[in-house]
Design a protein around this ligand. Structure first.
Ligand code: GCO
Ligand code: MG
Length: 402
């Protein structure tokens, strides 16, 4: 069996997704991989088309590990979001092919089921505390066991991650829009929000909060401390994570668990954090961290150090990535939680999938391979629409962390 062709499909069904499809010589067995890098989609598409696909033709698709090493070590320029997203797309598609050839869902190839379903968390966001209570209730009514809660910062015109729509779309314009941010106002407000939410919904509902990398370590320590009475499952991305050592300070001051990693591309981005047990959940995901092969390596390292998975699952990770994430989530021993924001209905049409939601859990389905495909005719109905993530400034105009 050989790879005879591969193509990159860019389509914007409600938002932009980049998909790699690999075609083999064997009776049309194909595999798909997500290659979406929000706001930088065409960079990955070019990397794949210009530099990767020509090297894939003629290769044996069964050699997943060797292909991974070939693309990682062979490029000389290791890591980085563009490279690792491209490698992830190839790796994911090859696992899809291997599953189809074996006649097994990918999770069976990863060691089989370790749990009955993948616990997910949904996103409750609203401008005010009063409104967000209604949003949380909507998730609870639909069976969610975990909810992420975000509100606007009082006095600020807009806040990232807060939207009147159920699915907030992070990339909202071709040229980045701007939000204004005040750390003091934010730090005063957040504990008041969680006091109300905990009071209203009782002790069992798992609550999460995303800081979007906006604090310094000492500010994050204060936030974690102030939230301790409300027993959050995690605070996410409390500080920018380029400096892994920064987490030591947060850790010394608070027992609120910490999640990090949606922007990580490789095991080297989280090696210190995991080895020193500075975080509780690692949020790296298939599409941005080198595919199933590499993410499995990260999760295995994490398992040695009491760190659990909590993979990113925003709308900009395609239904193909979600399928791959679920096969890993259901198989690994140290699964924690999976983010799930749902997809626009057009995206579900473009990507028919066997994974499904029921009563607080996602299930990968039993189809051979990943159980997801791209309907290219449908995809062609949604031409590429450029969109960028917003930026963030302090009240005096200083460009702030995202
Ligand atoms: C999350 C994320 C998203 C990201 C987005 C970037 O936790 O869901 O922070 O909101 O910002 O996926 O592309
Ligand atoms: Mg996040």
């Amino acid at each position: 069996m050989k790879i005879v062709d591969a193509r990159v499909i860019i389509s914007s069904p409600g938002r932009t997704f980049v998909t790699l499809k690999i075609i083999t010589s064997d009776g049309g067995v194909t595999g798909v991989g997500d290659a979406t890098l929000n706001g930088r989609e065409l960079a990955v598409a070019a990397y794949l088309s210009e530099h990767v696909i020509p090297t894939l033709i003629g290769r044996d698709p069964a050699r997943i590990e060797d292909t991974w090493q070939y693309l990682y070590k062979g490029a000389y320029w290791r890591r980085g979001p563009v490279t690792m997203t491209a490698i992830a797309a190839v790796d994911t598609a090859l696992w899809d092919i291997k599953g189809k050839v074996a006649g097994l869902p990918v999770y069976q190839l990863l060691g089989g089921r370790s749990r009955e379903g993948v616990t997910v968390y949904g996103h409750a966001s609203a401008e005010t505390t009063e409104e967000v209570l209604t949003e949380v209730a909507r998730y609870v009514d639909r069976g969610y066991k975990a909810v992420r809660v975000q509100t606007g910062v009082p006095g600020m015109a807009s806040t990232y991650g807060v939207s009147p729509d159920e699915r907030y779309e992070p990339a909202d314009a071709a040229i980045p829009t701007e939000n204004v941010w005040s750390t003091p106002r934010y730090l005063t407000n957040v504990p008041t929000v969680f006091a109300r939410v905990r009071d209203e919904f009782g002790p069992d509902l798992r609550l999460l909060h995303d800081v979007h990398h906006r604090l310094t370590p000492i500010e994050a320590a204060r936030l974690g401390k102030s939230l301790e009475p409300y027993a959050l499952t995690w605070i996410e991305d409390p500080v920018p994570a380029e400096l892994q050592e920064g987490f030591r300070l947060i850790r010394q001051h608070t027992t609120t668990p910490i999640a990090v990693g949606e922007v990580f591309n490789s095991i080297w981005d989280c090696e210190t954090l995991i080895r020193e047990q500075l975080v509780d959940y690692i949020r790296a995901t298939v599409v941005h961290a080198g595919g199933i092969t590499h993410l499995r390596r990260i999760f295995d390292l994490a398992a040695l150090h009491h760190v659990r998975s909590g993979s990113h699952g925003a709308t900009d990770l395609s239904p193909v990535c979600m399928a791959a994430a679920l096969h890993l989530d259901i198989a690994i021993p140290n699964f924690g939680l999976q983010e799930y924001m749902g997809f626009p209905p057009e995206a579900d049409d473009v990507f028919p999938h066997s994974w499904h939601y029921a009563d607080g859990y996602l299930h990968p389905g039993e189809d051979p391979g990943l159980g997801v495909d791209i309907n290219e005719q449908e995809a062609a109905r949604y031409p590429y629409k450029p969109a960028s993530l917003p930026i963030n400034r302090l009240t005096d105009g200083t460009l702030h962390d995202w």
